[in-house]
Write a protein that binds this ligand. Structure first.
Ligand code: GLA
Ligand code: ZN
Length: 685
């Protein structure tokens, strides 16, 4: 299907067509400065801001003492913003608790893995199980929904803030035990078997004995570690469902979202995505870092944008980003001129229908006073950052036709949180596992060629893709091997790598040979053993095309008759043995890369596959290093975002005729991009 044949998705905030431009707005920090609050609205207009995310951490301002409420300031805020043409994404305040609550109801305070109980302080640290907290949150959210559900400014619920972390209190322990009872059919023998607890005499006599993992307790049972992480995601989801019950009841037409944190390891976002109306995420790449080049940072960021789009297969929201710098890196560098516009439009290029900030105005004190904001401490609009934000605001208006459009990639990269947990928890190999980084490394070869990708987990439908790349698919959840076989049998191409098919969902190793669960037949090989390399060790992958450096991992594989060997090891006791294979299976093929190579090999390998499978979009020739092109389309139109993430001007040659949405120019053939330049081009028929 062509992109232009896709149907436009409705706006994430009903009644707000086009692209949303906004950010976190904390008037509760400025209530004693009415002139600042007035000035905010004037400045928002100047900056082309059309939405504000309000009251995210405002519990104390809303309920200064238990049962004593003050909504006046919020009434006034919503009215003022609405009068000024700014819509509101209204938050529920559960991300930070007021003093009286921690003082009078200490059960809400989180207990850490080492079983120390927190004191009152900071934020994002409540107990997810506490019946009192759940009930208070519902009560507060009901009041907010009753009072503001019909306010014309309010377009969406921003639930809590960046759910994360885990609580090990006795309430949570009991909830975990109940969750386990259900999962293991109230049968402790079944649990003992799945967790392999005969090892080191770890067996449990009853569910009541089970404790969450602890540094001074259980760390050796991987089944426990995995189930605990699954429980934390589940309990977070339950907490969320409790929060939104009054919102769904009283404001069924207002969408409800949470702001996610990219590749945050603590939650399996695939399990939370079905519970929200739109996927939103907070994006803070360290642009201009000394650790990698700008384009590498851009490719990494692109991967996460694509993940967020893939989670609901529809446009997402960039809920937070900084207009300039952050305050929590080792070194907090300013975004260089041009980078703010480029990085914001990168989100849009990958499917965001919004550009939003943390935050609107810098506070005067406490932890985030030096975090970037649209309005600095000087308080006026005559700053570099403000002008770039305002310029972007105008651009977003011109880009309104792009809103609701999407993309339908032929390629999917499998990145799976549970697999990541299992790889991180496993005892063995070396310390360089880098699962997420490896998925990104494979993704980069496609990014460089302007080939759009979905990022999916192993539970998603495979059938719409031509090519699936599943690096380090260590864990095979039940049914996955069969689904991969069906995919390849029907003509799909599958790339597998070292460390594939070792364990089942509960981290029990497959018997009968790796890759297990029947995947040996699809890969056409048996993996006898895996060698871990020291950081200073190197091997090589020798193919007809050349010799490529290998580090970290080498598997010794034995291809079955009929499986083609395309590359072999260059050295060590397994020199000459197969390291890269291709097995025809049904109408498709399964490739197996038994060792970890660098990007030189991956670029070559995926370049050839892209050609064979005609993956490269028709409008592109070769892209210079650092230039990214991403398409979006719908309702008869296609747009290309052409972005220069390099420190030099670049030229790209595009096939076809285009109109630049930002300048109105007609563009064809060789097109210039200044340093950090971006063009959004509408394809002409
Ligand atoms: C997170 C939070 C915000 C703010 C920013 C700072 O994304 O959600 O409240 O602290 O980080 O970068
Ligand atoms: Zn708890």
């Amino acid at each position: 299907m062509k992109l232009s044949e896709l149907k436009r998705f409705p706006a994430p905030c009903p009644g707000m067509p086009g692209l949303l431009h906004g950010g976190d707005y904390n008037p509760d920090q400025w209530l004693d400065c009415p002139e600042v609050l007035e000035e905010d609205v004037r400045l928002m207009k100047l900056a082309g801001i059309n939405s504000a995310s309000v009251a995210i951490f405002a519990w104390k301002a809303l309920e200064p003492e238990e049962g004593v409420y003050n909504f006046t300031w919020l009434d006034e805020t919503l009215d003022r913003l609405w009068k000024g043409g700014v819509s509101v994404i209204l938050a529920t305040p559960s991300g930070a608790r007021p003093d009286w609550m921690d003082r009078d109801h200490p059960e809400v305070l989180r207990v850490n893995a080492d079983r120390t109980k927190n004191l009152h302080g900071t934020r994002h640290n409540h107990c997810y199980t506490s019946p009192y907290y759940r009930q208070k949150v519902q009560q507060m959210n009901r009041l907010l929904a009753q009072r503001y559900g019909k306010h014309p400014a309010v377009k969406m619920w921003h639930v809590s803030n960046e759910y994360g972390g885990e609580c090990h209190c006795s309430l949570c322990q009991n909830a975990f035990r109940d969750w386990l009872r259900e999962k293991y059919h109230n049968n402790i023998d079944e649990l003992n078997h799945q967790w392999w607890t005969s090892f080191w005499s770890r067996g449990y006599s009853s569910f009541d004995e089970i404790e969450s993992p602890a540094p001074h307790g259980e760390t050796a049972v991987m089944g426990l570690i995995l189930d605990w992480k699954r429980f934390v995601t589940w309990q977070t989801g339950q907490f969320y469902l409790n929060e939104i019950a009054p919102l769904r009841e009283l404001t069924p037409d207002l969408p409800v979202v949470i702001n996610m944190m990219g590749l945050y390891p603590g939650l399996d976002y695939w399990k939370l995505a079905p519970l929200v109306d739109v996927v939103t995420w907070d994006n803070y790449p360290s642009w201009h870092t000394d650790q990698c080049s700008t384009w590498e940072k851009a490719a990494e960021t692109a991967f996460v944008h694509d993940l967020n789009r893939s989670m609901k297969q529809k446009p997402f929201m960039l809920m937070e980003s900084t207009p300039s710098l952050v305050n929590w890196q080792n070194c907090n560098k300013l975004k260089r001129p041009g980078m703010h516009i480029l990085s914001s439009l990168q989100a849009v290029a990958h499917g965001s229908d919004t550009v939003q900030y943390f935050q609107w105005r810098k506070g005067r004190g406490a932890f985030e006073k030096f975090h970037g904001a649209v309005v600095d401490h000087c308080g006026h609009e005559h700053t570099r950052v403000f002008s770039e934000v305002a310029e972007l605001g105008q651009m977003l208006q011109r880009l309104a036709p792009v809103a609701g459009s999407s993309v339908q990639p032929d390629v999917a990269i499998v990145y799976d949180w549970e697999n990541r947990w299992a790889i991180d928890a496993l005892q063995g190999l070396n310390r360089n596992r880098r699962y997420a980084e490896t998925c990104i490394q494979h993704y980069k070869s496609f990014w460089k060629r302007g080939i759009p990708c979905d990022i999916i987990d192993m539970e998603q439908d495979f059938s719409s893709y031509k090519l699936i790349v599943a690096p380090m698919l260590y864990m095979l959840k039940e049914g996955v091997a069969d689904r991969l076989k069906t995919f390849v049998r029907g003509g799909g191409q599958l790339v597998l790598t070292y460390l594939t098919g070792y364990v089942n969902r509960n981290d029990l190793c497959f018997t009968g040979g790796f890759p297990g669960d029947g995947l040996m037949e699809l890969a056409g090989l048996w993996n006898e053993e895996i060698d871990s390399l020291y950081d200073s060790d190197r091997n090589s992958l020798e193919t007809g095309d050349g010799s490529f450096e290998v580090r970290d991992y080498c598997e010794r594989i034995h291809p079955a008759p009929g499986c083609e060997v395309l590359g072999s090891y260059g050295s060590d006791f397994y020199a000459g043995e197969p390291a890269l294979t291709r097995n025809s299976y049904g109408k498709g093929a399964c490739w197996y890369l038994a060792c970890r190579t660098g990007e030189d090999f991956l670029d070559r390998f995926y370049g050839q596959l892209a050609e064979e499978l005609s993956l490269t979009p028709s409008w592109l020739g070769n892209l210079p290093e650092g230039v990214s092109v991403q398409p979006r389309g719908c309702d008869g139109e296609t747009w290309l975002f052409v972005m220069n993430f390099s420190e030099q001007e670049q030229f790209v040659t595009l096939k076809g005729r285009f109109t630049d949405l930002l300048t109105g120019e007609t563009v064809c053939g060789r097109t210039r991009l200044p340093v950090y330049g971006v063009r959004v081009l509408k394809a002409e028929a």
